[in-house]
Design a protein around this ligand. Structure first.
Ligand SMILES: N[C@@H](CCC(=O)N[C@@H](CS)C(=O)NCC(=O)O)C(=O)O
Length: 210
């Protein structure tokens, strides 16, 4: 049994939860919620960075971050399922990094606005981070990823990461990404319809809104 330490709202943890589901690893992966705001406790002992997702393996090994977690889960499921083993591997991993980068930049902007009163916001920093989000969304809108049904039927790690990034923007940035990215909206709709684990891993706040 793998213990997946995550939080209900973490977009990175959600990647691992969706990956476990689409790989059919329900019996082998158990979610254990972690408090990422605590300044001490078990998560610190398990991962010096105290970040989620953190995976505790049966043999005592501990694995992070989300990209390594997806690699591990793919291996547990036999390999080559959500991370291609063929020539497309590096390209798909790069797209995963791009998609994660949307979340990374959005979180940086969020931290600035959450931690300071508006008159002290560093607007240059916020604009820089928002620019990264907007450019990367445009890149995915201009050249949409295939949907899971157009590839091997289950989502690959890039598709999972992009869906989780868009879910994070819906949760924390009022879904504003939808305004200028109609092809990405269609891609997201298709992903949601094709991957039940997406709705099954919605943050509680999103469920309350719907
Ligand atoms: N690059 C990491 C990012 C993980 C991450 O930043 N997780 C956040 C939750 S969304 C976290 O644990 N934050 C707590 C902290 O930074 O103290 C990954 O892909 O797993």
């Amino acid at each position: 049994m793998v213990i997946l330490r995550t939080s209900p709202t973490s977009p990175y943890g959600r990647k691992a939860r969706i990956a476990a589901a689409v790989l059919g690893l329900h019996e082998q992966v158990k979610v254990d919620w972690a408090d990422t705001r605590a300044s001490e406790g078990s998560l610190y002992e398990q991962n010096p960075l105290a970040k989620v997702p953190t995976l505790l393996l049966e043999n005592g090994d501990i694995v992070y971050d989300s990209r390594v977690a997806l690699e591990l889960l793919d291996t547990l499921a036999g390999g080559g399922k959500i991370i291609p083993a063929d020539d497309s591997r590096i390209s798909v991993l790069t797209k995963q990094a791009m998609a994660d980068g949307i979340t990374d930049a959005a979180i940086q902007a969020q931290i600035e606005t959450r931690n300071h009163p508006e008159e002290h916001w560093n607007r240059t920093w916020i604009d820089r981070q928002q620019g990264k989000v907007d450019h990367t969304l445009k890149a995915f809108n201009d050249r949409p990823l295939p949907t899971p049904s157009e590839t091997n039927g289950i989502p690959d790690c890039a598709q999972i990461a992009l869906a989780c990034s868009l879910g994070y923007l819906d949760l924390r940035a009022n879904g504003e990404w939808r305004q200028n990215n109609p092809k990405l909206v269609r891609w997201h709709d298709a992903f949601v319809a094709q991957v039940p684990a997406y709705n099954e891993t919605q943050a509680p706040e999103m469920l309350e809104r719907s």
